[in-house]
Ligand binder design. Sequence first.
Ligand SMILES: Nc1ncnc2c1ncn2[C@@H]1O[C@H](COP(=O)(O)OP(=O)(O)OP(=O)(O)O)[C@@H](O)[C@H]1O
Ligand SMILES: [Mg+2]
Length: 229
Amino acid sequence: MTEPIILDDVCVMLGDRLALDSVSLHLDAHRIAVIGSNGSGKSTFARVLGGLVSPTTGTVSVHGVDPVRQSAALRRLVGFVFSNPDAQIIMPTVAEDAAFSLRSEKLPRAESAERVRVALEEFGLTELADRAAYDLSGGQKQLLALCGAVIRRPQLMIADEPTAYLDARNARLIADHLLAPTDRRLVLVTHDLELAQRCDVAVLFEDGRMTGVGDPADLVSRYEASLAC
Ligand SMILES: Nc1ncnc2c1ncn2[C@@H]1O[C@H](COP(=O)(O)OP(=O)(O)OP(=O)(O)O)[C@@H](O)[C@H]1O
Ligand SMILES: [Mg+2]
């Protein structure tokens, strides 16, 4: 069983803003939704888990790894997907871009090619393998970005509003891929409250503070009630 995600009294100052305020959490769940209003600290939380932001004070353990002191180990275990896939697509063609994600694994050429083939198939991108990545539609680009993250077989997928710019069909497709039963853990930051309720647990942020963790339906109700105030 994968080790949990643990935060102990984590504060993050960004400029003069306390983006995370004394956050303590112990997360064992497989699929974790992160919800809350704009500016509440969700992305900062996700970035702390992914080692992109260091806590100003407090400690973090992600599957037994300290993101600050063990950054190389963390990079091996985490995959990212963001709202804008353009930021994640680097190589000219779809197949080259998927293969580029594997460069750090230093696999034999045949094994790398096979991993790319299987991953493109999984994401329905086989037919597009030789297409220019920048000519893809937004939905296809997000599938390629997710393919590039998954192909490395991360233990933890961190997805920050991965469906924000997608139409309903592509949003559903990306969500289904992210939520499909796998061994990897998912931390999913989202404003889509139906999507949040497909997760096993939800974490609610308000104004930099973690104000609830538990059943997604309960947390969504609580969040919606707070919005009505
Ligand atoms: N680089 C930065 N410098 C200063 N303040 C920042 C920086 N990045 C974020 N913040 C502030 O930190 C707070 C938390 O931001 P964060 O991006 O984590 O919110 P969020 O919950 O992801 O919001 P959204 O739903 O809009 O994406 C906000 O007040 C934001 O303005
Ligand atoms: Mg955000």
